[in-house]
Design a protein around this ligand. Structure first.
Ligand code: URP
Ligand code: ZN
Ligand code: ZN
Ligand code: ZN
Length: 497
């Protein structure tokens, strides 16, 4: 029996263990984990010597925006499914879950999903799935939840409490939560109070405060903790339907989440590298430069970063995702700079497209920081994402005969110390990285998807092909047995309120 690939001299890390093993791969699956060195003479088409480097389940990035229409009506976010997934694999990711956006003017979610499928098909370097982005939860959309789950393999959706083009009112949120609870769909929520930030933005503009840094003043932490508290309250009203608070930046919001978790509510949360590595000072640069770090919620301060790391370590945050939502700095149609005019040389922060590139830097930045135990790193970058979104154990683990051979291999410690991140080394279709000049001490050396090497940093770099990535139909999530717990409570019943 011949293997397709054997990895020797590996230190394997899963969410549970760190141990030296050789890994054998056959027919796209992990075939065998064997004592270190025991497979170095095995019959195999290819042998990789990991030289003692860590081998882990590949990164799963479950918060990715690709080719999404800009909120200002013109063009879309910078990366296509091709360039975004290309960047993903060069950063150690093997699966992404991107958004399929429903327009406010669109009634059908299935139509929105079909449109996004067309964009992704035959274009992806890595495996992929979709969350529905629900902006118009009318009767048509809600009636399609059955089909989304049963036929389309879509078991999660995202809603917004902010952004005029997408914001849902509380009554609309309740309708979504109720339908989602009935179909075991996980609802991701962007929790910032949209009405308050509109008011603050008007106030700032009236005082001529237009520079990028005022984006941060228009979205103070209280907007996030208020909306987070409201989202948790709405979930509890719908007989505790599971929700996931996305891109949490504010320690007060994190504390509220932890309190709800301690009380037994099925509240999950995500944070992102921008809340670990950037601060509001990055928005306060001369001229318009700060626009490069304009995202929502905005980066906070150094003390907040420490508390967000703590939240990753103690389990408040199940996942660390990128929220990759890039807009080029210089782009005549959708660039950040389109709001810079002769009259407004520092632009107008209200019109700066929100979002940062980060799909390729998520894994190396977080790994290099060495602030998480290795098993915790795997948990928050891969395994928990797989469990939350119904991909486990096909994805996010290394179970022989069960898990896809989706792996990232790092350099041995010390081999890449002091590597400088520059935009020129990245594979996205964006003209900057907010992490320019930052030093990291490791980078994915190989990325392997279903047994195929798609990224070989010391070889020819990107060796995968677009179209290799497959759409993955997802099951209901299993993290913390969320739906079993929900079902024990019985159906939502108005008599119980
Ligand atoms: O600023 C951000 N986060 N842009 C991406 C869209 C979103 O809210 O996730
Ligand atoms: Zn969001
Ligand atoms: Zn996002
Ligand atoms: Zn049920």
């Amino acid at each position: 029996d011949e293997y397709d690939l054997v990895i020797t001299n590996a230190v394997c890390v899963t969410a549970a263990d760190v141990s030296p093993y050789d890994v054998a791969i056959k027919d796209e699956k992990i075939a065998l984990l064997a004592p270190s060195g025991s497979l170095k003479n095995a019959k195999t088409k290819r042998l990789i010597d990991a030289e003692g480097g860590y081998v882990m389940p590949g990164g799963i990035d479950c918060h990715v925006h690709l080719e999404e229409p800009s909120m200002f009506g013109k063009g879309s976010s910078a990366d296509s499914f091709e360039t975004g997934t290309r960047s993903a694999v060069a950063g150690g990711n093997t699966t992404i879950v991107a958004f399929a956006p429903q327009q406010k003017t669109q009634d059908s979610l299935l139509e929105a999903l079909g449109n996004t499928h067309k964009l992704a098909k035959d274009n992806c370097y890595c495996d992929y799935g979709f969350h529905l982005l629900v902006s118009n939860p009318g009767p048509k959309a809600l009636s399609e939840f059955d089909q989304l789950v049963d036929s389309e393999g879509i078991t999660s959706l995202k809603i917004y409490m902010t952004y005029t083009a997408l914001q849902l009112r509380d009554n609309e949120i309740l309708s979504v939560l109720l339908a989602a609870r009935q179909r075991h769909i996980l609802t991701m929520i962007h929790a910032e109070n949209g009405d308050v930030l509109e008011w603050l933005t008007d106030q700032l503009e009236a005082q001529g405060k237009l520079a990028p840094k005022y984006h941060s003043n228009s979205r103070p932490p209280i907007l996030e903790s208020e909306a987070t508290n409201r989202a948790i309250a709405l979930s509890s009203l719908i007989a505790n339907t599971p929700i996931l608070l996305v891109h949490v930046s504010d320690p007060a919001a994190a504390l509220r989440i932890r309190q709800a978790q301690t009380a037994g509510q099925p509240i999950f949360a995500e944070t992102c590298p921008q809340y670990l590595f950037l601060t509001r000072d990055d928005l306060d640069k001369p001229g318009f430069e700060g626009a490069k770090c304009v995202c929502s919620p905005p980066p906070r301060n150094v003390e907040d970063q420490l508390q967000i790391w703590t939240g990753l370590r103690n389990g408040t945050f199940a996942v660390l995702s990128s929220d990759h939502c890039p807009f080029r700095f210089d782009d005549a149609v959708t660039g950040k700079k389109t709001c810079v005019t002769h009259e407004h040389p520092v632009g107008k922060f209200r019109y700066i497209p929100n979002g940062l590139p980060g799909i390729e830097t998520r894994m190396p930045l977080a790994f290099s920081a060495r602030k998480l135990a290795l098993t915790k790193f795997v948990e928050v970058t891969s395994t928990n994402a797989a469990k939350l979104y119904g991909l486990y154990p096909k994805k996010g683990s290394m179970i022989p005969g069960v898990s896809d051979a989706d792996l990232v291999i790092w350099y041995p410690d010390g081999k890449l110390d002091g590597l400088e991140v520059t935009n020129s080394m990245l594979h996205h279709d964006v003209d900057y990285t907010p992490y320019e000049g930052r030093k990291v001490n490791n980078w994915p050396r190989y990325t392997i998807i279903r047994g195929k090497v798609v990224w070989d940093r010391d070889g020819e770099g990107l060796v995968g092909t677009k179209g290799y990535g497959q759409f993955v139909k997802r099951k209901q999530g299993t993290l913390n047995e969320i739906w079993e717990t929900v079902d024990e409570q019985g159906a939502f019943d108005l008599e119980n309120l």
